[in-house]
Design a protein around this ligand. Structure first.
Ligand code: ZN
Length: 452
C-alpha cells in the first residue's frame, strides 16, 4: 500500500478539507474534522480493455419497480409505496430514538409477508435482539438474526442466504479488513456502505443501513453515505416525547419529504394513521398564543398547532427560542410585523414551538406563525375553530400556497369551520367553511386583533 498524504474529512457531513481546522465550512460543526486516509486513486491510466455498454433511447418503456408492502402503512408511505427490491435505504436518527425497535418491527412485518429477512446487529448480541423481539411480541416472526461486525463475513453470509431484505444495524459498527482505519471512521463507514450497496444491486438484495446521528468527534455520521443510497429516511422526535416522525429526505422511488408518524408505546412503535387529530389532541380551551396551521407533509395534509409565548425581557438582546420551525424564517416574520404593521417585538422574549414535536419547513406556515405571535403579544385568542396558512412576503403581502383545497378539506374533516388564507387562493370545493381571504398582513392584523 503506498502512503499518500493525509486528507481531512468532516465526520458529520463528509466535506473534505486540505488541512485540519476547528470548524467545518460544510456544516458549521465544531471539532468534527478528522484525519482520513484517502481512498486509493487506482491505476494511473486506463487500458483499452473496457467493453461497450448497452444503450437505450429515451422512449424505452420502463415498468414501475415491483414493491413489497410491510403492512405498516406509515412505513410503506415513506418508502414511496413499499420496499423496492435491490434498493439501498439509509435510516438515520439520534441514538436511542427507536430506530432498532422500528426496524425490527418492520423486518418482522416483511418476513410475515413472505420476504426472506436477515437482521444483522453489530451493536447487540443476538440474545439482546431476541429479547427485544419478545418484548415487542415478534418472537414468532421468521426473521434470521446475526451478530457480526466483520463485513467480509456478513457479505459471505448474505451471498449464501440470498435474502430479500437485510438490515444492517448499524453501519458505524461495520468494518472492512481492507481499510486501514478504525470502525466508525469516515473511510470505514464509506467503504462498508459502498460494499453493501454494490452487493445489493448485484445480488438483488434490498439493504437497510442504520446510521446514528453523531454530534461530534471520531464517529462518522449518516450524512457521509447519503449520496450512495437510493432512499434516505430520518427518524425525528425527542427521547421524552411520545411521537416519532420518519421523514424521507431523499427517495429515488417516491416523493421526498413524505412523513410517517409513529407513537412510542409499551409494545413498541405503533403507527398513527391520522396525525392531524393526534397533533391537535392536546388542545383544550382556546388560549392566546395558539394558532392551528393547515400544512402539507409530503402528499398529505397535516394540521399542527403553533404555540407562541411573548413576555417582557430583562436581557439586552431578548431571547428568540424557536423549536420545530426555521429560526431565520421566524426572524423575517418578526421584522415584517415591525416594519409593515408597526408592531415591534423589541424588549420582548419570544418563544415559538410546534406542538407534538413535528418539524414544519413550509413557508405556508408564515401566517400561522404571525397569528400565534400576535395572539400571544395582544393576549387575544384566535377562534378555536380556525386554521391559518399563507406565505408572507417581505412587503407584507400574503402569497397563495399550493394545495389549498387539500388543506381546507382536512381542516373541515376535523371540525374546523373557518380559515384565514391569502386572497386569490384556489378554494373550490370548500363551501362548508367560512373563508377569510386577506391581501396582506396589515389587513390580517386589523381584522383579527383590531386596528391597533
Ligand atoms: Zn461538516
Amino acid at each position: 500500500m503506498s502512503k499518500s498524504s493525509p486528507i481531512f474529512t468532516c465526520s458529520t457531513c463528509g466535506t473534505v478539507h486540505k488541512k485540519w481546522q476547528g470548524r467545518c465550512d460544510g456544516c458549521g460543526g465544531w471539532n468534527t474534522i478528522v484525519e482520513d486516509t484517502p481512498l486509493s486513486s487506482g491505476p494511473k491510466s486506463l487500458g483499452a480493455k473496457g467493453r461497450s455498454i448497452p444503450l437505450t433511447d429515451l422512449a424505452t418503456e420502463e415498468a414501475p419497480p415491483p414493491r413489497a408492502g410491510s403492512g405498516i402503512d406509515e412505513l410503506d408511505r415513506v418508502l414511496g409505496g413499499g420496499l423496492v427490491p435491490a434498493s439501498a435505504i439509509l435510516v438515520g436518527g439520534d441514538p436511542g430514538i427507536g430506530k432498532s425497535t422500528l426496524l425490527l418491527q418492520a423486518t418482522a412485518s416483511f418476513a410475515r409477508k413472505g420476504l426472506k429477512c436477515l437482521y444483522i446487529s453489530g451493536e447487540e448480541a443476538s440474545a439482546q435482539v431476541r429479547m427485544r423481539a419478545q418484548r415487542l411480541g415478534l418472537a414468532q416472526a421468521p426473521v434470521s438474526l446475526g451478530a457480526e461486525t466483520n463485513l467480509r463475513d456478513i457479505l459471505t453470509t448474505l451471498d449464501a442466504e440470498r435474502p430479500d431484505l437485510a438490515v444492517i444495524d448499524s453501519i458505524q459498527t461495520m468494518w472492512l479488513d481492507t481499510v486501514e482505519a478504525a470502525p466508525g471512521s469516515v473511510s470505514q463507514v464509506r467503504a462498508a456502505a459502498h460494499e453493501l450497496v454494490t452487493f445489493a444491486k448485484k445480488r438483488g438484495v434490498a439493504v437497510i443501513l442504520v446510521g446514528h446521528v453523531t454530534k461530534e468527534g471520531q464517529i462518522a455520521g449518516p450524512r457521509v453515505v447519503e449520496h450512495m443510497v437510493d432512499t434516505v429516511l430520518y427518524f425525528e422526535g425527542e427521547r421524552g416525547h411520545q411521537f416519532r416522525i420518519l421523514r424521507a429526505v431523499k427517495n429515488r422511488f417516491g416523493p421526498a419529504d413524505e412523513i410517517g408518524v409513529f407513537e412510542m408505546t409499551g409494545g413498541g412503535l405503533s403507527q398513527v394513521t391520522n396525525p392531524s387529530a393526534l397533533f391537535l389532541s392536546s388542545r383544550d380551551t382556546p388560549a392566546p398564543g395558539s394558532a392551528v396551521f393547515a400544512g402539507i407533509e409530503g402528499t398529505r395534509p397535516v394540521l399542527t398547532e403553533i404555540q407562541a409565548l411573548v413576555a417582557p425581557s430583562t436581557l439586552a438582546s431578548p431571547r428568540r427560542t424557536v423549536v420545530g420551525l426555521d429560526s431565520g424564517r421566524v426572524s423575517t416574520i418578526l421584522a415584517v410585523l415591525e416594519a409593515r404593521c408597526g408592531i415591534p417585538f423589541t424588549g420582548l422574549d419570544v418563544f415559538l414551538n410546534v406542538a407534538g414535536g413535528l418539524r414544519v419547513n413550509e413557508p405556508a406556515a408564515d401566517l400561522a406563525v404571525a397569528g400565534a405571535l400576535l395572539s400571544a403579544r395582544e393576549d387575544v385568542a384566535i377562534p378555536p375553530d380556525m386554521v391559518l396558512f399563507g406565505e408572507i412576503s417581505l412587503s407584507g403581502a400574503l402569497r397563495p400556497v399550493g394545495q389549498t383545497e387539500n388543506r381546507l378539506k382536512e381542516a373541515s374533516k376535523l371540525g374546523f369551520q373557518q380559515a384565514t388564507l391569502p386572497s386569490r387562493s384556489k378554494t373550490s370545493g370548500a363551501e362548508d367553511m367560512k373563508l377569510r381571504e386577506m391581501a396582506d398582513l396589515t389587513a390580517f392584523v386589523g381584522e383579527m386583533f383590531g386596528a391597533g
